[in-house]
Design a protein around this ligand. Structure first.
Ligand code: 5GP
Length: 192
């Protein structure tokens, strides 16, 4: 999506350790008009796919998922919560996710009330790097007996391999901007 690529070139900052900072428009200050265009693009890409729920993970996914939902007939948005510990009371689906940015594992939970076997889920997130966050979200959807209909990502860092692994497993991953190279010395960004 050219508008997103242009914005990344304009306001993105390449940090050491393969981290791209996009807090000027995506995950700290939010450009809601851009989010709206992203939602429209996912809706175009997933046209005809039966999606009745969007799943994301707090915090950065929530804003983009909520705006995107408006393009999918205002389907409910559920976000996985990062928990202090896994509470095994049977009320929640839970898994553990390794955080690329925080370099540690943390438990995530989704209330069982909000995911059912009949659900057809679109997973949305801001970034796809190694794929750990998505693997966790997929595990939660599948443990609910629901169906992952697709995955919508704002920025995929293709050189980190997570997207390819998921595509090989048969998931449909639609990334609006796909980086194939990123140089933290020059700040140069290369899109697919
Ligand atoms: P993965 O689990 O695919 O390795 O990483 C995805 C998660 O890590 C995303 O939910 C996102 O919050 C965070 N993340 C990964 N790479 C970046 C990055 O370059 N910049 C920012 N801001 N977040 C990232």
């Amino acid at each position: 999506m050219k508008e997103l690529e242009d914005r990344i070139r304009q306001d993105g900052i390449v940090k050491a350790g393969d981290v791209l900072k996009v807090d000027a428009f995506l995950n700290h200050q939010c450009d809601v008009e851009l989010f709206d265009h992203m939602g429209a693009e996912w809706a175009r890409l997933f046209e005809g796919v039966p999606i009745n729920k969007i799943l994301t993970i707090e915090a950065s996914g929530i804003g983009i998922a909520c705006i995107a939902a408006q393009h999918f007939g205002n389907v409910p948005v559920v976000f996985a919560k990062k928990a202090q510990s896994i509470n095994l009371d049977g009320e929640q689906y839970s898994t553990t996710i390794y955080s690329f940015t925080k370099k540690r594992e943390f438990p995530v939970i989704v209330g069982r009330r909000f995911l059912s076997p009949g659900d057809h889920v679109l997973i949305i997130d801001d970034f796809l790097a190694n794929g750990c966050a998505l693997e966790g979200l997929i595990a939660i959807v599948e443990s609910a007996g629901a169906t992952v209909e697709g995955i919508g990502i704002a920025i995929e860092k293709g050189f980190q391999g997570g997207g390819d692994k998921l595509r090989e497993r048969g998931y449909r991953v639609e990334s609006l901007a796909r980086l194939v190279g990123m140089d933290c010395e020059t700040g140069e960004l290369t899109f697919a």
